[in-house]
Design a protein around this ligand. Structure first.
Ligand SMILES: Cc1cc2nc3c(=O)[nH]c(=O)nc-3n(C[C@H](O)[C@H](O)[C@H](O)COP(=O)(O)OP(=O)(O)OC[C@H]3O[C@@H](n4cnc5c(N)ncnc54)[C@H](O)[C@@H]3O)c2cc1C
Length: 414
């Protein structure tokens, strides 16, 4: 079967779906197809994360993350409220447990304020009032944080896309891409899709898709698994709202946090251990091809040289549970090993530069006829409606409609 469309989106995670929605809401006459290799929407990062709608606290002012997270969080909360997706404004605290973390906490407060987030500084007594089980010497309280269920958001977006007239294909891996000429051709097992614009939102496979489409990205994807434990039912009152540590400023990860989920369960995590396969949800998921690539790839050798200390510490805590529990107890001393049991995991698609640096900001590359989202880690689920609008605007520029591109950017306040 062969179809000709204006836009084909590869990847049915929250960002790919939000992008398709942004195109069709701006111009319902456009034809859009979304192809997803799994049998459901949001099967990877979008359905395996902490489900936190972030406030914009952490991100370097002026960065894409800062710009898209602040407005994106509010847009996501409104979207959930309007589409019957569970959502709850919870707020959160970020807690320093040692004096050495105080400068990092203050830096966060300043970043948050620069990004328009309301930040309140808490002392030891105020922490105890809010969260009696949490040990901290100082903390920041942020009101603009909410909990949702991003898998549910994906299903809502897919439902809306059907109403907007998109063609949605699950079980449809993009196996081959022929770029160049008027249209890019995407081959899936059931269809050949000829599109004027290709949008690559393939998450853990986005660098491969970019290369298949003839682009040479300057970054490549390194998968980092985030493992969760769950607090046993009898101890679910251990925290009332999300509690975060002060993150390591050299890393793009937020640190193991304690998060009450909307279903009443309490999750601890995620850590960040190098995964041995792109979809390596367990230690035993090993992709020999990826490991061979890693040994050959100077970027990943550079990554190993730069971050080996951190990597070894995270892997040790993953494999040796007393070390993990010791880390969690720094935040909540009353939790012990018998309170925690292994739970699910997710794998982050983290971009790495040619010299082995972890890329902090979102990365969107534009080539003739294509837009490639090459780094969309947290808070990309929070920001997905804004990222979608951003990419949709680029798609309209590709389609020669600069006025619509401008109006999409303006209405999303990008
Ligand atoms: C452990 C963890 C915790 C996180 N916590 C949060 C949080 O609390 N808040 C937050 O905002 N963000 C969080 N994030 C980040 C967030 O989940 C991601 O930024 C977001 O889901 C990225 O969405 P995406 O659509 O780009 O990618 P994905 O959801 O990974 O979607 C990509 C899709 O592309 C598909 N695909 C790949 N190759 C092909 C192909 N060849 N053909 C067709 N389809 C293909 C995949 O199957 C996949 O469904 C977390 C991430 C992780 C891993």
């Amino acid at each position: 079967m062969s179809e000709a469309v204006d836009v084909v989106v590869i990847g049915g995670g929250v960002v790919g779906l939000a992008t398709a929605r942004a195109v069709l809401r701006a111009d319902p006459r456009r034809t859009v197809t979304v192809v997803e290799k799994e049998d459901q929407w949001g099967a990877h990062q979008s359905g395996r994360n902490s489900n936190v709608i972030h406030s914009g606290l952490y991100y370097r002012p002026g960065s894409l993350k800062a710009r898209l997270a602040r407005a994106g969080g509010e847009a996501m909360i409104r979207y959930c409220e309007q589409h019957d997706v569970p959502v709850k404004r919870t707020g959160k605290i970020v807690v320093a447990t040692a004096k050495s973390q105080l400068p990092g906490l203050e830096l966060l407060a300043q970043r948050g304020e620069a990004n328009g987030v309301t930040v309140r500084r808490l002392d030891r007594g105020e922490i105890a009032e809010r969260e009696p089980n949490v040990a901290g010497i100082a903390a920041l309280a942020v009101a603009e944080t909410a909990m949702t269920d991003f898998a549910h958001v994906c299903r809502a977006l897919a439902g809306e896309l059907t109403e907007l007239g998109a063609t949605l294909r699950t079980n449809a891996p993009a196996l081959q891409i022929r770029a160049g000429g008027e249209r890019t051709v995407v081959h899936t097992p059931g269809a050949e899709i000829r599109a004027r614009v290709l949008v690559n939102c393939a998450g853990l496979h986005s660098d491969r898709i970019a290369r298949a489409a003839g682009h040479t990205p300057t970054v490549r994807i390194m998968p980092f698994r985030g493992e969760y434990t769950e607090v046993r039912p009898g101890r679910r009152d251990v925290v009332s709202n999300p509690v975060y540590p002060v993150p390591d400023p050299d890393l793009p990860f937020l640190g193991v946090h304690i998060t009450p989920m909307l279903d009443g369960s309490v999750h601890v995590g995620p850590n960040a251990v190098p995964a041995l396969a792109r979809e390596g949800y367990r230690w035993r998921d090993i992709d020999p091809r990826m490991l061979t690539d890693m040994v050959r790839d100077p970027a990943l050798r550079g990554l190993a040289r730069r971050y080996w200390r951190y990597g070894v510490a995270e892997m040790s805590r993953s494999l040796i549970s007393p070390l993990y529990v010791r880390e969690v107890r720094k935040l909540v001393p009353t939790l012990d090993a018998k309170d925690l049991r292994r739970h699910t995991s997710g794998v982050r698609a983290q971009a790495v530069t040619a010299t082995g640096e972890l890329v902090d900001d979102f990365v969107i590359d534009r080539t003739p006829g294509a837009i490639h989202l090459l780094n969309a880690p947290s808070p990309a689920a929070t920001s997905s409606l804004q990222i979608g609008a951003h990419i949709a605007a680029d798609a309209f520029s590709h389609l020669g409609d600069d006025d619509l591109a401008r109006s999409v950017r303006d209405s999303a306040a990008i």
